[in-house]
Design a protein around this ligand. Structure first.
Ligand SMILES: NC(=O)C1=CN([C@@H]2O[C@H](COP(=O)(O)OP(=O)(O)OC[C@H]3O[C@@H](n4cnc5c(N)ncnc54)[C@H](O)[C@@H]3O)[C@@H](O)[C@H]2O)C=CC1
Ligand SMILES: O=C([O-])C1=[NH+]CCC1
Length: 316
């Protein structure tokens, strides 16, 4: 491989803005949901399981024709790392020139994974949430924080409720939120009280058992669930899934990777890209769940955005 640029987490952070990311990803998700005519090629990710260390290594290649984005992310996720103070997700993305297949950049994939996942949840929320004033966040890790940052930027959030299975994590995140955004924030000791008044709920945990179950919630509440990315794992209960209108990022991914979908047997109403295309109705008055597994196309589009911005900077 010739010498190619490396863009680190700080390069990614300064390049990506949530508004731009949302516009680019919305179009790419719509392309994906057009099927073979959409110009998106994305096989199901290949995941190697490191059973003795409870670890996973996933290879996520994708091509998005409309964005000239050809890339492959390699991501590991090791839930037990948090006890050792090591990041639970580590990722790198290799970007290619789509005309020749030549590698053109390698970049950090952790910031992209956090930002693009939050941006995609924001797209689902934009279409599916009736109101977006009170946000309940279940979890206090990297995804919880990225979702709060994105949602505060994109919506007129008035209050944030946080629950985490370890309360010190929730307290720390609450401090960060009030220092950074000056928004009212409250920490809850139980999930039920955290979600009861929420317009939008984010579930972003490493739980393998349902943490969000049937309980008192607003009738038109919208739930973004980004955790439980393995077929045996759940963060939403079977009853909750079956009593909600369920949207996914990809039907192929959801039916093969999501324990929340597989174990509940819940019917998938449609892909978020189909909603963007106007092919599926955006329900706003009934309870909706957006089940996100994370798609390679999201990484490819984000990586291409970073590359183009860094190249432009070189010309100045
Ligand atoms: N849908 C997508 O595109 C993506 C999904 N993910 C998934 O989102 C979830 C959160 O990821 P990160 O925030 O990056 O991880 P993290 O390690 O930064 O945070 C994990 C959170 O889950 C909590 N947690 C751990 N075990 C738990 C349990 N048994 N019950 C309840 N909570 C528990 C932790 O206290 C922490 O708040 C993971 O399942 C991850 O694999 C991650 C990246 C992309
Ligand atoms: O899309 C992604 O990168 C991931 N989803 C679950 C773990 C990592």
């Amino acid at each position: 491989m010739n010498n190619i640029p490396y863009y680190g987490p700080d390069d990614v952070k300064v390049s990506l803005k949530y508004e731009e990311l949302v516009s680019a990803l919305e179009l790419a998700l719509a392309d994906f949901s057009k099927g073979p005519d959409g110009g998106v090629s994305q096989p199901l990710r290949a995941t190697a399981v490191v059973t003795q260390f409870n670890g996973f290594l996933a290879a996520m290649p994708a091509y998005v024709q409309s964005r000239n984005a050809l890339a492959c992310k390699l991501v590991t996720f090791y839930p037990n790392n948090s006890a050792k103070n090591i990041d639970t997700h580590m990722a790198s993305i290799l970007l290619f020139d789509e005309t020749s297949g030549m590698p053109i950049a390698i970049m950090d994939g952790e910031v992209i994974t956090a930002m693009r996942t939050a941006a995609v949840s924001a797209i689902a929320t934009k279409y599916l949430a009736e109101k977006k004033e009170v946000l309940a966040v279940l979890g206090s890790g990297v995804q919880a924080r990225a979702h709060i940052e994105a949602f505060v930027k994109l919506f007129a959030i008035k209050k944030i409720n946080i629950w985490n299975h370890r309360s010190n994590g929730a307290e720390q995140l609450a401090k960060h939120v009030s220092a950074s955004f000056g928004i009212e924030v409250q920490v809850f000791a139980d999930v039920e009280s955290c979600v009861v008044e929420a317009d939008v709920i984010i579930a972003a945990t490493f739980s393998t058992e349902p943490i969000l179950k049937e309980c008192s919630m607003k009738p038109g509440v919208h739930i973004n669930s980004v955790g439980a990315p393995r077929p045996q794992w759940q963060e939403l209960s079977k009853e909750l899934m079956n009593n909600s209108v369920v949207y996914v990022d990809s039907v192929v991914s959801a039916t093969q990777e999501s324990g929340d979908v597989i174990k509940s047997g819940a019917e998938i109403y449609g892909e978020i890209g189909q909603v963007v295309l106007g092919k599926k109705k955006a329900e706003t008055t009934r309870r909706t769940v957006f089940k996100s597994l994370g798609l390679a196309l999201e990484d490819a589009v984000s990586a291409r955005l970073v590359f183009d911005i860094m190249e432009q900077k070189k010309q100045i």
